[in-house]
Design a protein around this ligand. Structure first.
Ligand code: FAD
Ligand code: FES
Length: 267
C-alpha cells in the first residue's frame, strides 16, 4: 500500500520568533522566523503553515502560507507574503522579536523524482513561486538539477531571483516584457526546446490549468499545488474541497499538491 509520508507527519503548534522582515516591494515581504534553541521539525516542499493573526480584530481564522525555505544552519523558516487583505497586512507589519504562532507542517508535499537524471521544471507564478524555492533547494540537495520558470506581471514583481539561481537555471517571463520573455510562462520557448520528465507548479489557477494542458498533451508527469480558500487547514470545515477522480477532497489535507491526472479539470 502506498503511504503518503507527508499525510502522516506529526504536526506542531509553534511560537516562532521573527528574526527579520524584509520588504521586497510594495506588495511582498519576506519574513524569517526562528524556533530559538529548539530545532524546527522536518517539513517537505509543498507543505504549508496555518498562521495565527494576533493583532487584527477582523481576522479570526488562521491564514495558510507556504513554506518558502528552511535555513537549517540558522534554524529559520521563511514565509513569502503577498499583502492582499488584513491578515497578510498584519503579518507584513511584524517586527524583529515579535512572536508568530503557526501550525505546521500541513498538507502533502511534492513527490521527489525517481531518478536524479530526470529533467525537472519548476514553474511558479506570482506568490506561487514561494514553495518552488524550498522544492528547488531540496531537489538540488538530493542530486537533481532543477530548472525554474518564473512568471510575474512586471520586473518589480520578480522575487528571490538570486536564491533561485543558487539551485538551477532560471527562465523568466513578465506580462509587460520588462524582464525575460514577454507573455505568460506557457509561452516561454524553453517548453519547446527541452523535453522535461516532470513539471511541478504553483500559481494562479488559470496558469496551472494551462500548464496541466501542456503536460497532458506532451505526456509529462505534472504536479500542481492548489491555493483554494481555506479556513481550518486540517480537514474539518470542508471549505477547501476540490473535485477529483476520488470524489471531493480537502486540499488542506489531501493536497495542496495533486497530480494533474487526479483533478477533474476541464482542460
Ligand atoms: C496552501 C496555500 C498556500 C498559500 N501560500 C501563500 C504564501 O506562501 N504566501 C502568500 O502570501 N499567500 C499564500 N496563500 C494565500 C493566502 O493564504 C491568502 O492570500 C490569505 O489567506 C489572505 O488573507 P488576508 O486576510 O490577507 O486577505 P482576505 O481579506 O482574506 O482576502 C483578501 C483577498 O484575497 C483573496 N484571497 C484570500 N485567500 C485566497 C487564496 N487562497 N487564493 C486567492 N485569493 C485569496 C480574497 O478572495 C480577497 O479578495 C496560500 C494559500 C493556500 C491555500
Ligand atoms: S480548510 Fe477546512 S477542511 Fe480544508
Amino acid at each position: 500500500m502506498h503511504v503518503n509520508i507527508t499525510a502522516v507527519m506529526k504536526k506542531f503548534i509553534l511560537n516562532l520568533e521573527v528574526t527579520e522582515n524584509i520588504r521586497l516591494n510594495d506588495s511582498y515581504t519576506l519574513i524569517k522566523l526562528t524556533f530559538g534553541t529548539s530545532l524546527l521539525p522536518e517539513m517537505m516542499p509543498g507543505q504549508f503553515a496555518e498562521i495565527r493573526i494576533d493583532n487584527s480584530s477582523t481576522t479570526y481564522l488562521r491564514r495558510p502560507i507556504s513554506i518558502n525555505y528552511i535555513d537549517r544552519q540558522r534554524n529559520e523558516i521563511w514565509f513569502l507574503i503577498q499583502i492582499v487583505g488584513n491578515g497578510t497586512r498584519y503579518l507584513a507589519q511584524s517586527k524583529q522579536g515579535d512572536v508568530i504562532n503557526a501550525i505546521l507542517p500541513l498538507g502533502t508535499g511534492f513527490s521527489m523524482p525517481p531518478s536524479t537524471s530526470d529533467k525537472l521544471l519548476l514553474i511558479g507564478g506570482g506568490v506561487g513561486t514561494a514553495p518552488m524555492l524550498f522544492l528547488g533547494e531540496q531537489l538540488r540537495k538530493t542530486g537533481s538539477n532543477p530548472t525554474f520558470l518564473l512568471g510575474a506581471k512586471s520586473k518589480k514583481d520578480l522575487l528571490q531571483l538570486d536564491n533561485f539561481r543558487t539551485y538551477g537555471n532560471v527562465y523568466i517571463t513578465t506580462e509587460d516584457g520588462s524582464y525575460g520573455e514577454k507573455g505568460y510562462v506557457t509561452q516561454h520557448p524553453i517548453l519547446n526546446k527541452i523535453r522535461f520528465d516532470r513539471i511541478y507548479t504553483c500559481g494562479p489557477r488559470p496558469m496551472m490549468m494551462a500548464i496541466a494542458k501542456y503536460a497532458k498533451a506532451n505526456n509529462v508527469f505534472c504536479e500542481v499545488s492548489l491555493e483554494n480558500t481555506m479556513a481550518c487547514g486540517i480537514g474539518i470545515c470542508l471549505c477547501c474541497v476540490e473535485d477529483t477522480i476520488d470524489g471531493h477532497l480537502c486540499i488542506c489535507k489531501e493536497g495542496p499538491v495533486f497530480n494533474i491526472n487526479k483533478l477533474l479539470w476541464q482542460i
